[in-house]
Design a protein around this ligand. Structure first.
Ligand SMILES: Cc1cc2nc3c(=O)[nH]c(=O)nc-3n(C[C@H](O)[C@H](O)[C@H](O)COP(=O)(O)OP(=O)(O)OC[C@H]3O[C@@H](n4cnc5c(N)ncnc54)[C@H](O)[C@@H]3O)c2cc1C
Length: 398
């Protein structure tokens, strides 16, 4: 027997599936509507910090995901040209000792598949593919989702988990302003055997330099190396996960960078590029029977690696609120109140990291040494990351 209210979720990405799982585990009647005709995530990596591992454990999928992921030993900074390294975090046993959970790096399709399998185990028919939401009809007594092709669905509550360009957000709140940041990013997943021997390590590197940075970390037990390079450039402004670029153009953006950076780029079978846009963090995302979740309400630059993790946290907290408050509309408001400060701080912090990763003092090794001491030694790192990683979805006040 499922509990009321009947909950519709628009968007079957990481956030939508995490929310579906959280609500199904609590016994609610849930339907997920995803525009894609087949389920699949972008072939890229995602970092799951200890707060994310804890949230996935609350959803009952942590052990399964851990088995498909990597727990790199540590993360290091490396200087863009000389390759000099500085410690960033210890990700292995220290993370477990300090936070109770490891820092994992996960292949996105594995994360989505783990969530989808768990959803289907509870409700085999809850996920509806090829269902692109075009409009929302929000009334006092219910909510209707309209889909491309003319079909519709009725529910008591609606969760808009349909990503940065959310149709639900547009329909209920109007569109958000998005501004180009002056940065584009390159991404690739590289079979580990294509890399030189010394780069096949269970370590994450963040290469930092004036006007750009590159992150690489292992996935799938070390079979794959994930690469994301960000560079300040304003001649291309398309916000899309699916635009293919060329190895030459990417290598050119990182001309003069260390040979390991060049080795990553040239080992990539293909490179994809997209432009980073930014949206100010929303302060309100619930209206009557509708609320938003994940990138739909707190899209972020990826420079704290928290977007997906926060969308998973959202789902768990939303489920707790619906259980706690008898009035489902009050539960949605309480969910927003419980999440808005944390997610806004995360969006602002990710933006602030742009300058930290791209600092002009990094141009020379002498400048870099001083800069790393003031901005990236243990205490400032602790101040900036500890509040993120300590968060407990199951005990945070709601
Ligand atoms: C380069 C990069 C690196 C990142 N690295 C990390 C990281 O290391 N760690 C981390 O935590 N986060 C990371 N993120 C952020 C993370 O990818 C996002 O925050 C996360 O995917 C948000 O999940 P979501 O479910 O809210 O949105 P999405 O993943 O965008 O999912 C939205 C879903 O809604 C569907 N949809 C859209 N419109 C409609 C519609 N009209 N009707 C029906 N369905 C619809 C889409 O098809 C999609 O499946 C990174 C992001 C980028 C760009």
């Amino acid at each position: 027997m499922t509990k009321s209210p009947k909950i519709l979720i628009a968007g079957g990405g990481i956030g939508g599936m995490a929310a579906a799982l959280s609500l199904l585990r609590r016994g609610y009647d849930v339907e997920v509507y995803e525009q894609a005709r087949e389920l699949g995530e972008v072939g890229a990596g995602v970092q799951i910090s200890p707060n994310g591992s804890r949230a996935l454990d609350a959803l009952g999928v942590f052990e399964k995901l851990k088995a498909a992921s990597c727990a790199p030993q540590r993360k290091e900074f490396r200087l863009w040209n000389t390759g000099r390294s500085w410690p960033m975090f210890d990700l292995g046993s220290m993370a477990i000792e300090k936070y109770g959970y490891p820092y994992l790096t996960v292949y996105r399709p594995d994360l989505l598949a783990t969530l989808v399998d768990a959803v289907r185990e509870i409700a085999p028919d809850a996920i509806h593919l090829g269902s692109a939401v075009t409009d929302v009809d929000l009334r006092d007594d219910g909510v209707t989702l309209h889909f491309e092709g003319g079909a519709s669905a009725e529910g008591d509550l609606l969760i808009g988990a349909d990503g940065v360009k959310s149709t639900v957000r547009k329909s209920v709140f109007g569109d958000d302003e998005a501004n180009f940041t002056g940065m584009i990013a390159w991404r690739a997943v590289i079979p580990m055997e294509r890399l030189p021997e010394h780069m096949r390590q269970m370590v994450g590197w963040t290469w930092i330099g004036p006007g750009g940075h590159m992150v690489n970390y292992p996935l799938r037990g070390g079979q794959i190396m994930n690469m994301i390079g960000t560079i300040e450039r304003d001649d291309w402004q398309v916000e899309s996960w699916y635009t293919q670029g060329s190895i030459e153009e990417c290598a050119n953006d990182f001309a003069g960078w260390h040979e390991d950076v060049q080795a990553l780029i040239h080992a990539a079978p293909t490179v994809m590029k997209w432009a980073f846009m930014e949206r100010p963090p929303r302060q309100q995302w619930t209206k009557g029977r509708v609320t938003l979740l994940g990138d739909a309400c707190h899209a972020t630059l990826p420079f704290l690696a928290q977007g997906a993790v926060m969308s998973i946290e959202d789902g768990v907290v939303l489920g707790r609120c619906l259980d706690k408050y008898d009035d489902p509309l009050e539960a949605l408001v309480r969910y927003e109140q419980a999440r808005v400060e944390r997610t806004s701080k995360m969006v602002r912090g990710a933006k602030e990291n742009t300058a930290r990763f791209h600092e002009s003092a990094l141009a020379t090794e002498e400048g870099a040494v001083k800069y790393m001491e003031s901005e990236w030694s243990r205490d400032p790192i602790n101040d900036r990351y500890d509040w993120l990683y300590r968060y407990d979805v199951l005990t945070t006040e709601i």
